[in-house]
Design a protein. Structure first.
Length: 467
């Protein structure tokens, strides 16, 4: 078993931003359901640092997340290095990867693609253009579409608007799937203060979820891995706010968010004349208070690191809203495809049935996934850099925290998005080679018998890219 060289770990940590202080997320453990890995509490920026907006006027555009610098620049790889030979000759990679890809643990159907991000050269491929069910690796596509349509600086609002006399207020869901009790409490503080300034102590509360359309429940049905997709939710609709992973969810996230908001207002001296009711704001309603999510760059990083399905579906629908599509599953799928088409990515056979990868109707190729990763490393597309910085780090963070024990050569050097459904196991990401090259890879396996053997097989493939 090869040892991990000290210089590799040090270089990997420095090059790809392993340190949590650079803006990575807290570590995460395994998903209880096996469909994806577990989400631990989001440790970085829980206080929503930098949000100082006490009124709903348009905020100044925030700077990108601190963990989204230019990855190629951090690698010390000049953009003009396109004439430099690839890190590994294709023949050499074929000899290394082909036997690993033939591992029976990967089932009868498997595809692969490896590219040099700097040169764009394909170094290895097997069935690279064949559409496969990607599971959660489709979140890479969702991230690229959202970053392109919204921009990395965009923040998702949750707003309270009021009638002219401020005696009827409406909690308006803006689609922030990261909104938690802390954020809703801050909104209650601002709302109560604004009402006191107007001399109002009793209100009628309604809540508006009209930003999103269509069915709320994911096509897989009620599932502990995802709440109903609503424009208004708190704590991702978890019955137990401290729960992670596969957990009991409410079937009415918006109604429960409104009820909690009513309670928070009451604690601040604002009573309601009736139970919260679903409804639109009154005509000519005026903004009263607002809270904002972290920038989309940071939201994307969280989504990728923890494989968060709720955030993924939110970002897909935000993409639809931003581009004039219907904000439901089908419209979001069309919007994601349209944004990737704008990026001139290979979409033949691709289908986006959802944003999270829980739907087996999703189809992408290994070539598309590596093209997405390469595009994220393109100096001409700095807005996509959070895709690379959000990928879990092998053996350290997110859905790769407890993997690579049997493939130590990849520890700290492989960054990858995982994907797991019953019979589907995938891995797509990047690896830094000894000579400082950034390679993008995608390995997709279908009809696998057991994730317990398929995942280590995928890990060995990615680790083999490290010299």
């Amino acid at each position: 078993m090869p040892e991990v060289r000290t210089w590799q770990l040090a270089a990997g940590a420095a090059v790809v931003g392993l340190a949590l202080a650079a803006g990575a997320v807290a570590a995460a453990g395994p998903w209880d359901s096996g469909q994806r890995k577990a989400e631990k509490r989001w440790a970085a920026a829980q206080g929503r640092a930098g949000e100082a907006h006490h009124q709903p006027e348009a905020p100044k555009r925030p700077a990108p997340a601190p963990s989204a610098p230019g990855v190629l620049i951090a690698l010390g790889t000049p953009a003009t290095a396109s004439a430099t030979p690839p890190a590994k000759a294709p023949d050499g990679l074929k000899k290394v990867l082909a036997p690993l890809l033939d591992d029976p643990a990967l089932g009868p159907v498997r595809t692969a693609c490896v590219v040099d991000v700097t040169t764009g050269a394909r170094l290895y491929g097997r069935g690279a253009e064949t559409p496969m069910t990607p599971a959660s690796t489709v979140k890479i596509a969702t991230a690229a579409a959202a970053l392109t349509a919204l921009g990395p600086d965009h923040r998702i609002p949750t707003t309270v608007v009021a009638a002219a006399d401020a005696e009827k207020i409406t909690l308006v869901g803006g689609g922030d799937a990261t909104l938690d009790r802390v954020g809703l409490t801050r909104l209650a503080d601002r709302t109560a203060r604004a009402l006191r300034d107007r001399g109002v102590t009793t209100v009628r509360l309604t809540y508006d979820t009209s930003l999103y359309e269509g069915p709320l429940v994911h096509p897989i049905g009620p599932n502990g891995n995802i709440a109903p997709v609503s424009a208004l939710m708190v704590g991702q609709g978890r019955r137990n706010p401290k729960s992670t992973g596969d957990a009991a969810r409410t079937d009415d996230p918006a109604g429960e968010a409104a009820t909690l908001f009513e309670q928070l207002l009451a604690e601040r001296g604002v009573r309601t004349s009736a139970d919260p009711a679903h409804g639109r704001p009154v005509p000519k309603a005026v903004p009263l208070a607002q809270v904002l999510s972290l920038p989309v760059s940071a939201v994307v990083e969280r989504m990728l690191t923890t494989s968060d399905n709720d955030i993924a579906e939110s970002l897909a629908r935000q993409t639809a809203v931003a581009t004039g599509e219907k904000a439901h599953f089908a419209g979001a799928g069309r919007a994601v495809a349209a944004q990737l088409r704008r990026l001139e990515l290979p979409l033949e056979g691709a289908r986006f049935a959802d944003g999270s990868g829980l739907n087996r109707g999703d189809k992408v190729s290994a070539a598309l996934l590596t093209a997405l990763l390469a595009k994220a490393g393109d100096p001409n597309h700095p807005e996509l850099r959070p895709i690379l910085t959000g990928l879990p780090v092998a053996g350290f963070t997110g859905t790769l925290e407890d993997r690579y024990a049997n493939s130590p050569a990849g520890t700290g050097l492989v960054r990858a998005k995982t994907g797991t459904l019953s019979g589907v196991d995938t891995l797509a990401g990047t690896v830094v080679t000894a000579d400082g090259r950034l390679l993008a890879f995608a390995f997709l396996a279908g009809d696998t018998a057991s994730r317990d053997v398929a995942r280590p097989a995928l890990d060995r493939l990615a680790a083999a890219l490290v010299p």
